[in-house]
Write a protein that binds this ligand. Structure first.
Ligand SMILES: Nc1ncnc2c1ncn2[C@@H]1O[C@H](COP(=O)(O)OP(=O)(O)OP(=O)(O)O)[C@@H](O)[C@H]1O
Ligand SMILES: [Mg+2]
Length: 214
């Protein structure tokens, strides 16, 4: 299956949550996972490369999608194969959505959309939602509140939640702002990091199993 972490906004935690998710899947589920870094900034791929010197084996492979192999992401037959596979193919994409992402978004079984309640993020999230509508995406959008401040009050939360619920599933569990997530590596998930994401990922995986069998 294809799971894409994406939205039309930079810095909302796509890569951080994608790394944590890939680690969590590898360490705590039976799924096999491979990562495709489709962001020109190469954040996931670079981190994975840098982590080579850390002790321990790699948990999964990360492939960089660039000019050399980008054609693969425009190949409907190949994407359909990835989509129907038991294995998870995780795409991490950039915060500025480009035409080259169209087919990956269209064929994704799930698009995980991290967001927060600031005005600018809300607007960008809705732009992304509309874009996905235009692309006639086949999969389900899963919205997750990330970087949530425990004491934060969000005046526009009710309105925003109602809006997002019309376009996909808004997960009940949020990911709070945690310093430990800022130092995540691709080789392990510390107990503190695991605690920061566990409830969200368990809900996410529950949804993947639930809707994945549709
Ligand atoms: N839950 C969190 N708690 C604390 N820090 C976080 C959390 N989520 C993300 N961050 C931090 O926010 C910053 C941006 O995160 P990240 O790079 O994952 O965002 P992104 O959406 O992938 O950005 P880009 O669009 O540039 O690819 C990073 O410094 C990351 O460590
Ligand atoms: Mg990123």
């Amino acid at each position: 299956m294809i799971i894409t972490f994406g939205t039309q906004k930079g810095g909302v935690g796509k890569t951080t949550l994608a790394i944590a998710f890939a680690n969590y899947i590898s360490l705590h589920t039976d799924y096999k996972i491979s990562v495709l870094d489709f962001d020109f900034q190469k954040s996931f791929f670079q981190k994975w490369k840098d982590d080579e010197m850390l002790k321990g084996d790699y948990l999964y492979d990360v492939v960089l999608v660039d000019e050399a192999n980008e054609a693969l992401t425009n190949d409907d037959d190949l994407l359909k194969q990835l989509k129907d596979s038991e294995e998870i193919f995780l795409f991490d994409i950039a915060g500025n959505i480009q035409k080259k992402y169209s087919k990956v978004l269209k064929h994704s079984n799930f698009i995980v959309v991290p967001f927060s309640y600031s005005d600018v993020t809300i607007n960008s999230t809705l732009v992304f939602v509309n874009l996905c509508k235009i692309l006639e995406i086949e999969g389900k959008m899963l919205f997750v509140r990330n970087n949530v401040d425990k004491n934060g009050k969000y005046l526009n939360q009710i309105e925003m939640d109602l809006e997002l619920q019309q376009h996909g599933k808004l997960l009940d569990n949020s990911v709070f702002k945690r310093n430990c997530l800022q130092t995540i590596t691709t080789k392990k998930l510390t107990s503190e990091q695991k605690l920061a994401v566990k409830s969200f990922f368990d809900e996410l995986i529950f949804n993947i199993r639930e809707y994945g069998s549709d």
